[in-house]
Design a binder for this molecule. Structure first.
Ligand code: ADP
Ligand code: MG
Length: 684
């Protein structure tokens, strides 16, 4: 008998090849298949008469085969089968290309439902390669049809049939994760009904009922899971820290901290001096000075005798942190080390020894900090920068390098409050709304190709004034085929070098370069040795070049708003007036709306809200990057009321049974463990 975890190959018609294709859609098991939800629906409930079939649209008609199908060979070894079908109002000509079997499978006098695009003229209707099904056995016609996102080798009808079979196989396998009384209290339908009707809704109302249940379930599971993660850390003590006067640290800084920075630091220090491990997210716009919050925490930990590790998503960023922070720490007699993938073996050995013995107080690096052989003598604080690039699991992995260390997460992606609640439900949050004084607004322009000459003149003028320019060009390919990154970026830079700005120094940075090469280019640009830095998106995160005054983004429509905002944050870091130029030739309404948001505001939180509205939360974080279960049905930009209801329900339930230990909560507990993929490790 099938299980929810049974391989999709179990389904009729799914063999090796199609299973491979389905894997691209992350469908591997029956459960995946049934949880693969339609992105839209097509109403095929209306049955037309032949005479009323709407020209140029897709429609359904019931008609009887009125002539034996005739097959004819046409060029290229192809076969064409033709027949006539009739009802009491007229005649429909039906043609099949390359479906020779139709000749023998269809017979005069049989009635079918045909669905297809209606062609022809007022007197005569035609359909080419329509779907057809016998009446009473319809799956694809005469009803509200699901429309699934597809991939090569998987067609809509194929997927519909597979899902249909999947639903039938799973019918008796569902365990309701929602306890009965909760389901009743919130007027939520049965699981079976929900899955059936999210795919093949009997009526539009049934679809609403199904969707409501699934959205609720999804948000409820997420909230309960995050609560569980959080409760797990309750009752254990973090590395012991005593409150300290931070003044000594503040006085060592070249500037005075903003109020928001101080508040974030105080929040964190209070956590660390508390009786359980800190688990805090520090959220602030690009340039708001989160690094100093981390630095203060590291200092605070060190004053209490604890080591710290700070993990950045890229090597460039790790190095920048190291270069900024190590002189500061050294003044307090704290030793820092930089550990990345390209640290030389001999250096690495020495660093590892230093970390184990406790001689090194602060480790700054990339995920190399997580390597198995890195052992920390007395790790007390773990800082991860740019959180959304690491998954919860990675965060947990670094956390496991010590017994319940304090955790501080820095995120430069302003996250709308609603989303933060869902995604970071296991963290306490400090928000830095304020930028350091003296920051100028970056003037932003969204333009099309017709401005090219003017833009070039502008860039040249900026360079003449001794300023520098970032140019970001995303990879633009045809369809799904991405061009060779090295080639595309190189060609672009070459064109600037030879044709457009032969008088300027052009540097190039792309993702295919070795970390060392990237470092060198970045360092040289930061030192003012080139005027224009052309790059793919590798500069998105964190890098500081105060002399850069222009951020020019090619094909700006390719980026999400939050990404554009991050890019823009690369300029305006020095004293000079800075500009962001977004070039796009797209005339799509949505692109225009999005770029307009960029020109209208510099406020990262507002932009994030807009991004969420325009693109939905799935895209917001990039697929599965955050390591939390993906929201598949919930749309946080419009399911707010339900989100609220699910949150409250989760809170109540978790308050009454914090470990989900009651027998009636067993299915719920099991599902959460599956979803968070933290079996055994994190959650128990
Ligand atoms: P982000 O929040 O994007 O990580 P950073 O920590 O990199 O921001 O800070 C951006 C820049 O602002 C750095 O050059 C940093 O030295 C500077 N900075 C941070 N805090 C202040 C402050 N209170 N006053 C002036 N400059 C500051
Ligand atoms: Mg930063």
């Amino acid at each position: 008998m099938a299980q929810l975890s049974t391989d999709v190959r179990y389904i009729k018609g799914i063999g090796e090849t199609r299973a491979k294709a389905l894997e691209k859609l992350e469908i591997r098991t029956l459960r995946d298949l049934v949880c693969y939800f339609p992105r839209a629906y097509e109403d095929r409930t209306r049955l037309y008469t032949v005479r009323d079939l709407p020209l140029g649209e897709s429609a359904c008609v019931r008609a009887m085969v009125a002539s034996e199908p005739e097959a004819r060979r046409i060029g290229g070894g192809r076969v064409l089968v033709k027949l006539r079908a009739v009802d009491e109002t007229g005649t429909l000509d039906v043609t099949f290309f390359n479906q020779a079997y139709r000749r023998d499978s269809l017979h005069t006098g049989e009635t079918y439902l045909f669905f297809g695009k209606v062609e022809g003229n007022l007197l005569r209707r035609r359909m080419t390669n329509p779907l057809l099904e016998r009446e009473g056995q319809q799956l694809l016609t005469g009803r509200i049809m699901p429309v699934y996102p597809l991939t090569a080798g998987i067609s809509q009808p194929l997927l519909c049939r597979a899902v249909r079979q999947g639903l039938d196989e799973c019918r008796d396998l569902w365990e309701d994760v929602l306890p009965e009384d909760l389901r009743m209290a919130h007027r939520l339908c049965y699981v079976n009904y929900a899955y059936e009707n999210i795919h093949f809704p009997a009526t539009p109302e049934a679809l609403d009922v199904a969707r409501r249940r699934l959205v609720f379930e999804e948000l409820f599971l997420l909230r309960c899971g995050l609560r569980l993660l959080r409760n797990r850390r309750r009752g254990v003590a973090g590395p012991l820290c005593k409150a300290r006067d931070m003044a000594a640290f503040y006085e060592a800084l070249p500037f005075s901290l903003t109020g928001a920075q101080r508040r974030a630091i105080e929040d964190a220090a209070a956590d660390m001096a508390g009786d359980r491990p800190m688990n805090r997210l520090c959220q602030g716009d690009v340039g708001s000075g989160k690094t100093m919050v981390a630095a203060a925490c590291i200092w605070f930990a060190a004053q209490n005798g604890w080591q710290s590790a700070m993990m950045a998503p890229t090597e460039i960023l790790a190095r920048q942190h190291f270069e900024n922070l190590s002189p500061l720490f050294e003044r307090f007699g704290l030793r820092c080390a930089l550990l990345t993938g390209s640290t030389r073996a001999a250096d690495r050995r020495e660093i590892l020894a230093g970390l184990q013995s406790g001689r090194i107080h602060v480790a700054i690096g990339t995920h190399a900090l997580l390597s198995e052989d890195v052992i920390y003598g007395n790790l007390g604080l773990v800082v991860t920068d740019e959180q959304h690039r690491f998954g919860v699991n990675q965060r947990a992995a670094l956390g496991k390098k010590a017994e319940n260390p304090h955790m501080l997460v820095l995120s430069a992606t302003p996250i709308p409050r609603t989303l933060a609640l869902v995604i970071y439900g296991d963290l306490d949050v400090s928000v830095i709304y304020e930028l350091p004084p003296g920051r100028q607004k970056v003037d932003t322009f969204a333009v099309n190709e017709s401005y090219r000459q003017r833009i070039n003149a502008f860039l040249r003028k900026q360079a003449a004034q001794g300023h520098q320019v970032f140019v970001v060009c995303p990879l633009v390919g045809e369809g799904d085929v991405l061009p060779d990154e090295r080639k595309a970026a190189t060609a672009y830079a070459e064109k600037l070098r030879t044709e457009v700005f032969p008088d300027l120094r052009i540097a190039l940075l792309h993702g295919k370069m070795k970390p060392r090469e990237k470092e060198a280019v970045m360092a040289s640009f930061a030192a003012g040795e080139s005027d224009i830095l052309v790059s793919t998106t590798v500069i998105e995160v964190g890098v500081d070049v105060p002399n850069a005054t222009v951020m020019l983004v090619e094909n700006a429509e390719r980026f999400g708003l939050s990404q554009l905002h991050q890019l823009r944050g690369r300029v305006g870091r020095g004293g000079a007036k800075s500009y962001c130029i977004l070039i796009s030739d797209s005339d799509s309404e949505e692109t225009r709306r999005r770029l307009k948001v960029m020109t209208a505001t510099n406020d990262g939180f507002r932009i994030a809200e807009e991004d969420l509205k325009l693109r939905g939360p799935g895209d917001f974080f990039g697929k599965r990057q955050h390591g939390l279960p993906c929201l598949q049905v919930a749309d946080l930009s419009c399911d707010m009321r339900l989100l609220d209801e699910a949150q409250r329900a989760a809170q109540e339930l978790m308050a009454s049974d914090p470990g989900l230990a009651q027998p009636s909560h067993e299915p719920l507990r099991r599902r959460i463990h599956e979803l968070f993929a933290l079996h055994g490790e994190g959650m128990n």
